[in-house]
Design a protein around this ligand. Sequence first.
Ligand code: SAM
Length: 295
Amino acid sequence: MNKDIATPARTNAILKKHGFTLKKSLGQNFLIDLNILAKIVEASGFDEQDGIVEIGPGIGALTEQLAKKADKVVAFEIDGRLIPVLEDTLSAYPNVKIIHSDVLKADLPGVLDAEFSKGQAIHVVANLPYYVTTPILMKLLEDRLPFKSITVMIQAEVAERIAAKPGSKEYGALSIAAQYYAEAKPMVVVPASVFVPQPRVDSSVLKLTIREKPLVEVIDERWFFDVFHASFANRRKTILNNLVHNLAGKDAKAAIEQALSEAGIDPKRRGETLSPQEFARLSDALYSTLRKADR
Ligand code: SAM
């Protein structure tokens, strides 16, 4: 059998054999370090009977390591030029299915239904294309797909924002949005030298373990998201000013003040000091004072 894909020599040989040129616009930074791949697989913690969804297999560096350990790997690749390459590099792994599609446009529930057995635990494992990290992660979380965990290599800065706690500089709407659905744990910081070509930003592996129940309970989920997004719109503004300007308008100021008071939140505080639990209380109070009045 061939040597592993993720070595500098084998990767170069594969690129050369297929005359493949990397596209920066598709975030094509391929992994050439087997140690890092082993760490990603270990961080994911899947079992051999589990199913894996990969996003962006590239030339198959991670796919191969997943296929060796999991029951099945289904990988979405947007770049049609990579499909024949993957057929070649992964020909020894019958448990891999490549789907030529933009993962953001794919019918994920349909694919999961068709490709995995009923009740099988499914995990996402990917070295994500950095230009579209956040939309992909939010889609995976918001669509409430039956994933047990999502383990991804992403920009270190985005991993820090996702896992950030209240009061820190990195804490914001993305932290709450992700932590609402999942427990976020940064796993490994990765040097740029493990990629070809090397990205200009630092990377890290982040693990999201999907919660059985969301982090907080709210009357209206969409409204809760609107409330915390509005609260972070301008980080220098107080929570009151952000809500007036970005959620409900000047006429609603008195109602917002009332809701803040009901939720026990000082109107002069800034969004980044509020815990998700406080946002949930505030969201429900605003729902009663503002949304009910709308009807
Ligand atoms: N998994 C490989 C590795 O680790 O070496 C490649 C990772 S590379 C960072 C990202 C891959 O995602 C590229 O192969 C790129 O073509 C693919 N990609 C980019 N945007 C995508 C999208 N919207 N849907 C599916 N794949 C995408």
